[in-house]
Design a protein around this ligand. Structure first.
Ligand SMILES: [Zn+2]
Length: 226
């Protein structure tokens, strides 16, 4: 069984671990523009929705690069219908977070090609101060391909957000580079907005994103890796 399908770490265990609160706080004041890379519709909200809202409030120019439309999440349904649903869900979710230009690449879900993606990201991240992307060791092939492509995109800073790692990793897990991790504290207002944004992903909530998994993304801070 792969790490995503195996039983995961309870959010209560993460919240009980002092290591998360001890991470240094991310300084966002130096950024005027940010590119956010999502392998699937919902990655950007789960992994960095609070940070997106913080940056939008600061007037930072935001560009979302949506790599796939997530058409493979329901193998028994027509892919085009699923893609349309998921794109609409993301658009609605972003309205809770702030103004963000969206560029959709339409690459195949479950088949993100790092070699094809890297030059597109180079072009789309040119002139931006920072790139935020899924973590390149998240144990999900599309997340890892997107993270590796982001690392090669040429942005002055590239921060990566874990998604599935909150499920398969454990507090103090040696597979996670905690010494390069930073936290973005989210006050109650930001937490509520992020929760509203996550609530827009109706097609994913339940079986694909069960409540125990969603709990990892409604805590009072986000964590990114430098
Ligand atoms: Zn994803």
């Amino acid at each position: 069984m792969n790490r995503i399908d195996a039983p995961g770490t309870a959010e209560a265990d993460w919240r009980a671990w002092p290591g998360l609160d001890a991470l240094p706080e991310l300084d966002v004041t130096r950024w005027r523009s940010a590119v956010i890379v999502a392998a699937h519709p919902d990655d950007e909200v789960l992994g960095a929705g609070g940070l997106i809202a913080v940056l939008a409030e600061r007037g930072v120019r935001l560009r979302l690069v949506a790599v796939t439309d997530g058409e493979s999440s329901h193998p028994d349904e027509p892919p085009a219908r699923i893609a349309a649903v998921r794109v609409a869900e993301t658009e609605k979710a972003l309205t809770h977070l702030g103004a963000c230009e969206t560029i959709r690449l339409g690459m195949p879900d479950a088949g993100v090609d790092e070699i094809a993606l890297t030059p597109r990201l180079r072009e789309l991240a040119a002139g931006f101060d920072v790139c935020l992307a899924p973590w390149e060791h998240d144990a999900h092939r599309d997340h890892e391909a997107a993270g590796r492509a982001a690392l090669a995109c040429g942005a002055p800073e590239v921060l990566r957000f874990p998604i599935w790692a909150w499920h398969w990793a454990r507090p103090a897990d040696a597979r996670v580079p905690w010494d390069r991790a930073v936290r973005v504290p989210l006050g109650t207002g930001l937490q509520a907005r992020k929760r509203s944004a996550i609530g827009c992903f109706a097609s994913q909530l339940g079986t694909i994103l069960p409540p125990a998994t969603v709990e990892h993304f409604t805590r009072d801070a986000e964590v990114l890796i430098r």
